[in-house]
Ligand binder design. Sequence first.
Ligand code: NAP
Length: 277
Amino acid sequence: MASSKILLITGVSSGFGRALAQEALAAGHKVVGTVRSAQAKLDFEYLSAGAAFGRVLDVTDCDAINGIVAEIEATVGPVDVLVNNAGYGHEGVMEESPLSEMRRQFEVNVFGAVAMIKAVLPSMRERRRGHILNITSMGGYITMPGITYYCGSKFALEGISEALGKEVKPFGISVTAVAPGSFRTDWAGRSMTRTPRSIADYDRVFDPIRKAREEKSGKQLGDPQKAARAMLAAIAADCPPTHLLLGSDALGLVRDKLFALESEIREWEAVTVSTDG
Ligand code: NAP
């Protein structure tokens, strides 16, 4: 291992967050992990006495975030790497899904992540070093019917990551948007919010999607432990990537999307440039 770092990872109770914490601890790093119950905090700290530090935090509790990060920096040490991992998927046809579900989706996946970033930036900027990883999704590039709010939130986090990276690069701070494909976590199981069906017109497009996702949960192609190792490689890199796809499904689908986008841009190019002057 090149050097021991302090990682702050949100959502370490399961999935990517848990796997990354375990791999980082095994590599000799210290990990502060956020969870949402006292029991989950005990379970997390049990992973490694003196190197795994749990903190109870719901990332939508923006008023609590600055205080918790200040306390972490005072007691554990300055945060070298922030990993905004906490998030969940909302599934539901947009017309059927209340705006409150969209607000909740963005509160967790977007506003929570931004609030965490704002809390660590002053110290990273002062020290002229740091790395922020935002776990987005291939759903931050490609879209599917039935997860419009989720895709919207991950597109937002992709855009925020990329623009922020340009703002903080002069201070020696890197920002990486990590976009996984389908992995075996609790994402499509206990963590997913599913809006009940109400409009029969959407049965044909949406019912097979919901059924397939439920059936595939737990059998996805991606291994979270391997994703964790990939993220550790990005964290160790001298020049970390701005975007990192994880999984061959993400690679194929995102390439198809970029190709289709380029084809459509070319098809409409004459109209596009006709508005100048
Ligand atoms: P997961 O096993 O369900 O883990 C999600 C983690 O986020 C849990 O620790 C959960 O805590 C935490 N969390 C959820 N809402 C939170 C909140 N309001 N405040 C604090 N913590 C919260 O699923 P996962 O797949 O590892 O998800 C991690 C990230 O990967 C998410 O951002 C997800 O969108 C993204 N992702 C997943 C996949 C995939 O296929 N698995 C693909 C692309 C992107 P609790 O245990 O308390 O609920």
